[in-house]
Design a protein around this ligand. Structure first.
Ligand code: NAP
Length: 277
């Protein structure tokens, strides 16, 4: 019975098990299973090295283990090496471990499915943590015309931009695509205006972007983050964080199984309904 899982600490909140179980059902892969693997950092290396022998074909990796996932691998894809982090591990029959990063190509795939998305958009990325690094690399690698990076702690934006070839900005600038890679919106704020203020934005400024992506998710399109709620009020095309989760999961599925991912089943499994905007 081929096994898969998601490694994190904590990982109880993860939507990946229901998303992958929906994929297995849609593809008739009745003997496959996917489980949560809660793993504190001090147990990461020894546990991950034992997973292959335990019947695991692969594992997704989330906070705080993405750097460790790259470090433990015998081989890594270009994106994982350039970003310095991996979210997908594959365990070979010979005991070797391969690392990939599907966060960056997943976001690009989700953007590519939007109607009218320019081939070389200008982009503003909010944040300078792990996911911002993947998003900035992904946008540049996909041919974005410009990628600006704003962060609450400016020195981190400057460093990230210098390392990846983007441009750090001291306040949010207008662009065609806005991607929130901060954790603002995860917790409830006093008000939506307060949450936007933490991102250096007003609701009216959000209306100036053509596409707004929020990596943070709260439970799908019916429970938007303050950023996505403001964007929708201005009729801006939005991408919910769950769509990005599905997109990266679909690429992991394809690595492990060699089959095309059943996207609609995975979207339903993750808790997304069909949603036009
Ligand atoms: P991280 O490495 O911890 O980075 C957090 C970022 O948020 C930093 O830039 C930090 O700024 C900023 N931040 C935190 N609190 C803030 C506040 N009150 N005001 C302004 N900025 C604030 O986290 P990460 O791994 O990049 O993840 C960021 C978010 O993306 C998380 O909510 C995560 O769940 C989500 N995510 C979603 C997906 C998906 O598939 N949908 C994938 C990856 C991540 P400072 O540098 O100033 O601290």
């Amino acid at each position: 019975m081929p096994r898969l899982g998601v490694i994190g600490w904590p990982v109880a909140h993860s939507r990946s098990p229901s998303m992958f179980e929906a994929a297995f059902a849609a593809c008739g892969m009745d003997d496959w299973s996917y489980q949560r693997l809660p793993l504190p950092p001090e147990l990461f290396d020894e546990t991950v090295r034992a997973l292959g022998a335990g019947g695991f074909v692969g594992a997704n990796v989330t906070i705080p283990h993405k750097r460790a996932a790259l470090a433990i691998a015998d081989r890594a894809g270009d994106a994982a090496r350039a970003i310095g982090a991996a979210n997908t591990l594959t365990f070979g029959a010979d005991g070797t471990i391969e690392a990939q990063n599907t966060d960056a190509p997943g976001l690009i795939a989700a953007l590519g499915r939007l109607t009218g998305m320019p081939a070389h958009p200008s982009a503003l990325v909010l944040g300078a943590g792990g996911s911002a690094r993947a998003v900035v690399w992904g946008l540049l690698n996909a041919g974005a015309a410009t990628v600006s990076v704003w962060n609450r702690t400016p020195a981190r934006a400057t460093r990230l931009a210098r390392e990846l070839g983007a441009r750090a900005v001291s306040s949010p600038v207008q662009a065609e695509v806005l991607v929130n890679c901060t954790s603002v919106g995860l917790q409830r704020s006093a008000s939506d205006a307060e949450a936007l203020n933490q991102l250096g934005l007003t609701a009216d400024q959000v209306g100036g972007y053509a596409y707004v992506v929020d990596l943070v998710y709260r439970g799908g399109p019916t429970r938007p983050t303050p950023l996505l709620a403001a964007a929708r009020r201005h009729d801006v095309t939005t991408v919910d964080g769950l769509e990005v989760l599905v997109a990266q999961g679909a690429l992991s599925f394809e690595y492990w199984t060699g089959k095309p991912a059943p996207l609609e089943a995975m979207r339903r499994g993750a808790g997304l309904q069909k949603h036009a905007r």
